[in-house]
Write a protein that binds this ligand. Structure first.
Ligand code: ATP
Ligand code: MG
Length: 305
């Protein structure tokens, strides 16, 4: 093979497969100061060291198979190398976009998130190690929530309350980008990538981030809605076995509403906007924010059909 193959998909970093001196394929990731999106979106590339820290700690909670092993770190250049995950595990977003909705994967992802949250909640030292919210503020709160509120003034108040919740003292380790595009999977075998927005924070964020993505994918024109509905339930079922957020929680529905809105109107819209009935999806998101919120288990019945 050639010495370097760039991996598609990343907007926050340059990610490439390279061959090391032993001829082994490894993945080298370098955080970028300016993200590859239309908006002028900048964030200190020193966040790379938070990702390395998370990749080293996560196996304690999730087991060694669930994150790639870090091989070397070049902190001065905000770069690190990790093992290349076997190509038989495929990007879950790519699978979902191709209409392949594996419920074992969805359930496992829910279960792993619950495990990350319950296990990390027991380790108070993580509140210090991952105490900085600077990257979460710049990469999530501002471009998603603040922007969505600016562009939908009628929803400003409920979104402001969510922002307060996300800025409040943390409870668990939050991945910060728990989305299908950062998951490699083959059935129930799952690897979680891209920990650069990791922080000590609010557990509802990761649940809502993943579910809002599944919902948006389900609303794409031509999607088979029932399979995405089943995926939401499988994720929730996996999570509910041991997760710290109760299934009757209603705040979560609002966080999901705000994130759906942000993926339409924020600085990081989904890359399939042209395949959505944007007006209709916006209406559904606003309803979640402005009307009495349902328990998140009832949400899918209300939203997907
Ligand atoms: N260790 C790995 N083994 C195999 N593939 C990988 C590995 N790390 C990353 N990839 C692939 O490269 C893509 C981009 O990597 P990553 O998500 O870490 O970059 P990013 O620029 O931070 O992405 P984002 O746009 O989500 O911010 C992943 O979605 C995945 O498909
Ligand atoms: Mg990514």
């Amino acid at each position: 093979m050639v010495d370097r193959v760039n991996l598609d998909g990343g907007v926050a970093s340059d990610v490439a497969i390279v061959r090391d001196e032993r001829g082994r394929e490894i993945v080298v990731k370098q955080a970028l100061p300016k993200l590859k999106v239309a908006a002028d979106w900048r964030c200190d590339p020193a966040r790379s060291s938070q990702e390395v820290e998370a990749l080293r700690i996560a196996p304690t909670f999730l087991g060694g198979e669930v994150v790639p092993r870090v091989l070397w770190v070049d902190a001065a250049n905000h770069r690190f190398a990790m093992e290349r995950i076997d190509a038989s595990l495929r990007n879950w977003q790519a699978q979902l976009s191709a209409g392949e909705v594996n419920l074992m994967t969805a359930a496992r992802i829910g279960e792993l998130l619950a495990r990350l949250q319950t296990e990390s909640a027991r380790d108070s030292s993580l509140a210090t190690t991952f105490g900085t919210r600077e990257y979460f503020e710049l990469l999530r709160i501002q471009p998603f929530f603040v922007r969505a509120a600016e562009r939908n003034p009628e929803a400003r108040e409920p979104i402001d309350r969510i922002i307060e919740l996300l800025r409040a003292p943390g409870r668990v380790l939050v991945h910060g980008d728990y989305s299908p595009k950062n998951i490699l999977a083959r059935d129930a075998q799952v690897v979680i990538l891209d920990w650069e927005v990791v922080h000590w924070g609010e557990p509802r964020f990761d649940i809502a981030f993943c579910l809002s993505h599944l919902l948006l994918t389900g609303w794409r024109r031509g999607s088979s809605k029932s399979s995405y509905y089943a995926a939401c339930h499988a994720f929730t079922g996996g999570y509910a076995k041991r997760g710290p957020v109760a299934s009757h929680d209603t705040v979560l529905a609002r966080v999901i509403g705000a994130l759906v809105l942000a993926r339409l109107d924020g600085d990081s819209p989904v890359n399939f906007l042209d395949e959505l009935d944007v007006e209709e999806v916006r209406k559904r998101a606003l309803r979640l924010l402005l009307e009495p919120a349902p328990a998140w288990l009832e949400l899918f019945d209300r939203l997907l059909y």
